[in-house]
Design a protein around this ligand. Structure first.
Ligand code: URA
Ligand code: SF4
Length: 193
């Protein structure tokens, strides 16, 4: 069972992190949002502008779409998930985080994973997949298939920003495919409740 006090302490510590140069340009450290007691941890790439302004993960257009897609399969992100990112500070102009930034930030994520102890991790987009799993496979190849790692079931999915650029709801298009992936997640989640 998660120790909420420890989780809050980790957050407080993280909010003053200056371990990499992203600390120089950020407005806010984005630790995460949602329910740290949840069974699902969602991991994205890094905060965008709205996230940086508000200090909350996935609260811009990508986040809204993610919330909608999860809700469409019966998962409430705020209640059933905790959601965070590979890097906790916004890379300038939303560039991809650099390897050195990912490495410097990985302790925060590892501690989040240890404390939350999720049953399921969802990796949204290739940066999350490649950084978290230390592989370099195209997302099209790896999404939708469960990966088992230290007793956690990991599901890679498309990043919602990609789905915003490919908004078609037609069968076999990325949005439809993502919903099929999330249905697998919902089925797995049902085994734990
Ligand atoms: N994209 C991400 O990867 N993370 C966010 O928090 C917002 C947009
Ligand atoms: Fe620290 Fe991560 Fe922010 Fe870099 S991105 S300053 S390592 S919290």
């Amino acid at each position: 069972m998660l120790n909420l006090k420890e989780f809050e302490e980790l957050k407080t510590e993280c909010l003053s992190c200056t371990s990499c140069s992203l600390s120089e340009t950020r407005q806010n450290v984005v630790f995460g949002r949602g329910n740290p007691l949840a069974k699902i941890l969602i991991i994205g790439e890094g905060p965008g502008q709205i996230e940086d302004d508000r200090g909350l993960a996935f609260v811009g257009r990508s986040g809204k779409l993610l919330d909608e897609l999860f809700l469409s399969v019966g998962i409430n992100v705020e209640k059933d998930c905790y959601i965070s990112n590979i890097v906790k500070c916004r890379p300038p102009s939303n560039r991809k985080p650099r390897i050195i930034e990912v490495e410097n930030c990985s302790n925060w994520l590892q501690n989040q994973v240890s404390l939350i102890n999720p049953k399921i991790i969802i990796l949204a987009g290739s940066t999350a997949v490649n950084s978290y799993l230390n592989i370099s496979k195209p997302i099209t190849e790896i999404r939708g298939k469960w990966i088992n790692k230290s007793n956690i079931k990991i599901m890679p999915i498309f990043h919602p920003a990609y789905l915003l650029r490919n908004p078609s709801n037609e069968i076999n298009k990325p949005k439809w495919t993502t919903i099929q992936d999330l249905k697998k997640v919902k089925k797995e989640l049902n085994l734990f409740v």
